[in-house]
Every structure is written in structure tokens, then in C-alpha cells.
Design a protein around this ligand. Structure first.
Ligand code: NAD
Length: 549
């Protein structure tokens, strides 16, 4: 089976840094240090892939090597399908992944097309080539737990026990996010190799397959007020009930198994990994039934923890919906994390902003760490995060950084990075992008747009407008996807990446894209009636035609 390695250094394979950036980010997504199952082209999140198959991957690479500075490559669900002459301010690549006509937007239909080789699941940053490993979600997870700590535990998770499951590409951030908030966490994971990856990269402290030991370690650490993350090898649908029956006092419960995709992302109770793999292929319908039944049991346990007083929330994997469809009537009794903790940030266009150093040199990221602290010295939470990330985050693949910045701030940071490249203070250009989980780029009624003030949760126009305006503004690559995070039928979302290569042209494009993109978040929330967003738009002179006198 084929494998690719991340590409570093100053030698270009392509005709410009923009094309080279796309190529390097594609390689980066599939580097074994970064991707969860690189041989299958799976980056993270169940079967979130970077290319349809290896043949399509090779064709993308060959196309990028030839692509001119005024051409645009088109990608349809992980396969290159055309190149057109456009212009220098236009994106070098436009991508559409897993988009199905609404009536057909089910896993069943998707899997049928996938089997025929006609589609690929792009998740969010897998198929749009801006995944940066587990760090990509670490800050968001850290912020979500910090917000929870402020709301329920006086600002810290000290002397609390969090129970969760899933230590995959995204879920692997949970143990470190909890200990960064001074708490104790038991993370249940059924696949030992996933646990080992988190131990190796220092995202998790210890592993055990013995529940008694896990409980003892957790209760001792809680009593001493010491942060500790414990990976417990087991199946959450079973372990959670066992913890309930043993009367263990759990303070917080969430989940990051890939429950959004029962066929590929959830191991049913009572199955070894090997048995699951075999049944998944021989009888996918039966497999899915077992998986959804287990997810229902899993959510029932979460509800019982909630009844006992734990703070329980859905962390964006659609587990409530799957359980609800399986007959758990009160599955939506616990909230999603966006209305519970994140929405106020979204109203000001704040969301997960990230950048990666194309040189491959960690020093380039450390220089940008210094830059962001110089630019926003008054933002204490941001500075605390940057210092912690520097100390605790191991880079995977190309060195990268993430932090939550909003409207105005993103443009300032992007232009300042471009200036560092121009002055030669960074060895090579930087790519600047974000998750699709952002303030103005996603329609996902069980997640980012859950419980919108005006009830517009399922309106998908906003995600399309986001992709269109970022294309018009000159992103380097812009993508539109369906089904990321929560699965088929439940979300529409857009991604953007823009390259800072130190030129005036890049400066113009960065200035526009890093305004339109978070600006979409502000107008989306203003339109839904959030007073904070309306006021913020007025203060920042963002034009809201319906509010103009
Ligand atoms: P992944 O596929 O890389 O990992 C899922 C993990 O769950 C695997 O390690 C798997 O072994 C484990 N697992 C499956 N069934 C289990 C069971 N019954 N008991 C214990 N462990 C089990 O997925 P990921 O990238 O970590 O994403 C996790 C979920 O979070 C997905 O649904 C994804 O769509 C969603 N997500 C959330 C956010 C967010 O911001 N909250 C962002 C991106 C993705």
C-alpha cells in the first residue's frame, strides 16, 4: 500500500508557492504522523478522506505540478475533474465534497455511491486539505471545557472527573484539554492503537484496561486536586453502564466516538475490532443495526449520569440524533456544545483560525507565536493558550498553530504574517485557514446552528454564500462540503485557505478573504437577531442592508 510523507524545505515542485501549498497540505493530511488511516487515505472523523483513491491522488499531484498561476483546478469528491484558465486573484483550487441532493442525502445512498467509486466523504478539513492533526481541535476543546468550568465549577475543572469516549483524530484532544483545565478524565477507547498514539504524542497520561484501576487513579487524583488523564481500553456502550452500577461519581460527561457514522465510526458492544471489521464488510446493514443499538445504550447511560447531576453535553458527533432515531425519546435532553458554550464567540465572528509553516521548520511557528502575542497583548486567554500550546503540543506533520480569533483580528494577523514572510523573518510562506466549524461557514442544526434565535437552524444558504464570497475575495482554495461532523443529511459547510507568500498580491487577497470570511459569521448572527452581532456589525462598519436607515 502506498504512503506519502510530509514535504518540507524550500525546493518547489510546482510553478508557484500557492500550488505548492496545496500540494504540501495534501501530503500533510496523509502523512502517517497526521492521518488516522493513511493507507486508506482516511485523515480523521470516521472515513473523512483527502482523495477518492490513490489514482485520483496521483492525478491531483500531477495537475498541481503543471498548474499555472492563473489557472484553477476543480475537485469533485476527492477527484480532479478539470482545469480552467481564471486569473491571478482567483483560487487555484475549488472543491466540492460529498454534496448530495437533499432527498438523497442519506448514509445509505452515500455508501452506495462510495462503493461504486463515485463519491468520497470529505468530513471537514480532510477533503479540504487543511487538517493539522489533533491540535486542530485542541484549543476548541480546551475553550469548551474552560467555558463549562466557568459556568458550572467556578472557573476550573480541579477536583472533577470527566467521562468521555473516543480517542481518534479529534477525540484524542479531550484528555489534554481536560488536564489543561486542571481536571481528571477517564476516556474510554476500544482501539488500543489509538490510545498508544495519544500517549506517544503526550495528549494522554496513562492507559489501563482495568476499570477498577481507572476508577482508583481517577478518584485519587480528584481527591488530591491533581490533573490526570486516563485512557480506559473498552467499549463505551458497556463501560459507562458498569461505571453507573459501581456508583462512581462523575461530574461531566461527553463523547467523541465517531457516532455520526454508525457503520464506520462506532464499534458495537460485544465486538472485537476484528469481528467488527469482518461484519462491516459481510453484512453492513446488520452491523449498522448493532452499532445504533449500542449508541442508544451509550446515550441512555449519558442520560442517567445527567439525572445524577453530571453536566452532560453533545460534543458535535450527532450521537443524540442517532440514539433518538433508535428510540431514545429524551436523547435531546442534554444540549449540544455550541448553544451551551460557544455561540457568544460566534456572534463576533470568532472561531478556530489556524496556520501552518510550509518550510516545515518549527521556528517559523514559534516566530508567529511571538507575533500574535505582540499583536494582541491585552488578550490574556489567548496568550495563556499560546504559551500552553508551545509547551504541551507536539507538532504532527507540518508545524502549525491554532487559536480563536474574530473579525478584524484575523485580517490583522494574516497581514502581519505576510509581512514577516516578505521581510524574510520566516523561511517560507504560511498557509492560513480554518476548520469548517466556524461562525459563518456552516449550517448544522444539531451542532453549530443548533437553537438559533430565529429558528433558522437548517437554512443552508449561509454556507453557500460563505464559499461564494471567499471565492470572489480570492481564497487560495475554497471548498463546499456536506455531512461533516454530524453525518449525511445533517450539515452543509464551507472551508477556505489563503496563502501568505509575502507578495502584494497575497496581501490584497488576505485582506479581503480574512474580512469576508469572519464577516459572514457576524452577518449570519445579526440576521438571526443576536443583539451582540448587530451591535458588533455597527461598531465595525459592516453593512447590514436591512438595518440601514
Ligand atoms: P475518529 O474516527 O478518528 O475516532 C473515533 C474513535 O472512537 C476511534 O478511535 C474509535 O476506535 C472510537 N470508538 C468507536 N466506537 C467506540 C466505542 N463503542 N467505545 C469506545 N470507543 C469507540 O473520529 P474523530 O476525528 O476523533 O471524531 C470524533 C467525532 O467528533 C466524529 O463524530 C466527528 O465528526 C466529531 N467531530 C467533532 C468536532 C467538534 O468540534 N466537536 C470536530 C470535528 C469532528
Amino acid at each position: 500500500m502506498k504512503q506519502v510523507k510530509v514535504k518540507k524545505g524550500l525546493d518547489l515542485e510546482c510553478k508557484g508557492w500557492e500550488q505548492e501549498a496545496i500540494l504540501r497540505m495534501l501530503y500533510n493530511n496523509l502523512d502517517p504522523e497526521v492521518a488516522e488511516d493513511p493507507e486508506e487515505l482516511v485523515v480523521y472523523g470516521g472515513i473523512g478522506k483527502a482523495a477518492r483513491n490513490w489514482e485520483a491522488f496521483d492525478a491531483i499531484v500531477a495537475t498541481l505540478r503543471k498548474l499555472e498561476n492563473d489557472e484553477t483546478m476543480l475537485i469533485q469528491s476527492g477527484k480532479p475533474v478539470g482545469v480552467f484558465k481564471t486569473h491571478e486573484h482567483a483560487p487555484r483550487a475549488l472543491l466540492a465534497n460529498s454534496v448530495l441532493v437533499p432527498k438523497w442525502a442519506t448514509w445509505e445512498h452515500f455508501h452506495e455511491l462510495d462503493r461504486k467509486g463515485l463519491m468520497m466523504y470529505g468530513q471537514m478539513t480532510a477533503g479540504s486539505w487543511i487538517y493539522i492533526g489533533t491540535q486542530g481541535i485542541l484549543q476548541g476543546t480546551y475553550e469548551a471545557f474552560a467555558a463549562l468550568a466557568r459556568k458550572h465549577f467556578g472557573g476550573s475543572l480541579k477536583s472533577t472527573i470527566t467521562l468521555t469516549a473516543g480517542l481518534g483524530g479529534m477525540g484524542g484532544a479531550q484528555p489534554l484539554a481536560v488536564t489543561m483545565n486542571e481536571g481528571v478524565v477517564i476516556a474510554v477507547e476500544v482501539d488500543e492503537s489509538r490510545i498508544e498514539k495519544r500517549l506517544k504524542t503526550n495528549y494522554c497520561d496513562v492507559m489501563t484496561d482495568d476499570m477498577t484501576e481507572a476508577i482508583q487513579l481517577a478518584t485519587e487524583a480528584k481527591a488530591k486536586g491533581k490533573p490526570l488523564s486516563i485512557a480506559l481500553l473498552g467499549n463505551a456502550a458497556e463501560v459507562h453502564h458498569e461505571l453507573l452500577s459501581r456508583g462512581v461519581q462523575i461530574d461531566i460527561v461527553t463523547d467523541q466516538t465517531a457516532a455520526h457514522d454508525p457503520l464506520n465510526g462506532y464499534i458495537p458492544a460485544g465486538f472485537t475490532l476484528e469481528e467488527a471489521r469482518t461484519l462491516r464488510i459481510s453484512d453492513p446493514t446488520r452491523y449498522e443495526k448493532f452499532a445504533t443499538q449500542s449508541i442508544a445504550k451509550h446515550v441512555e447511560a449519558m442520560l442517567q449520569f445527567q439525572d445524577q447531576g453530571a453536566v452532560v453535553f453533545d460534543y458535535g458527533n450527532n450521537i443524540r440524533q442517532v440514539a433518538h432515531d433508535e428510540g431514545v425519546k429524551d436523547a435531546f435532553q442534554f444540549p449540544g456544545f455550541v448553544p451551551a458554550f460557544i455561540r457568544p464567540l460566534f456572534t463576533e465572528g470568532k472561531g478556530p483560525f489556524r496556520w501552518a509553516a510550509l518550510s516545515g521548520d518549527p521556528e517559523d511557528i514559534y516566530r508567529t507565536d511571538k507575533l500574535i502575542k505582540e499583536l494582541f497583548p491585552e488578550n490574556e486567554a489567548l496568550i495563556r493558550w499560546i504559551d500552553m500550546a508551545r509547551e504541551k503540543v507536539s507538532f504532527q506533520g507540518l508545524p502549525a498553530r491554532i487559536c480563536w480569533l474574530g473579525y478584524g483580528e484575523r485580517k490583522e494577523m494574516g497581514l502581519a504574517i505576510n509581512e514577516l514572510v516578505r521581510r524574510g523573518e520566516l523561511k517560507a510562506p504560511i498557509v492560513i485557514g480554518r476548520d469548517h466549524l466556524d461562525s459563518g461557514s456552516v449550517a448544522s442544526p444539531n451542532r453549530e446552528t443548533e437553537a438559533m434565535k430565529d429558528g433558522s437552524d437548517a437554512v443552508g444558504d449561509w454556507a453557500i454564500l460563505n464559499a461564494l464570497i471567499n471565492t470572489a475575495a480570492g481564497g487560495s482554495w475554497v471548498s463546499f462540503h456536506h455531512g461533516g461532523g454530524v453525518g449525511m443529511g445533517y450539515s452543509l459547510h464551507a472551508g477556505m485557505v489563503v496563502v501568505a507568500d509575502g507578495t502584494d498580491l497575497a496581501g490584497e487577497r488576505l485582506s479581503r478573504v480574512l474580512t469576508t470570511d469572519p464577516g459572514m459569521g457576524v452577518i449570519r448572527h445579526a440576521d438571526a437577531g443576536y443583539e451582540e452581532a448587530i451591535q458588533f456589525a455597527k461598531d465595525q462598519n459592516i453593512v447590514l442592508p436591512m438595518y440601514e436607515k
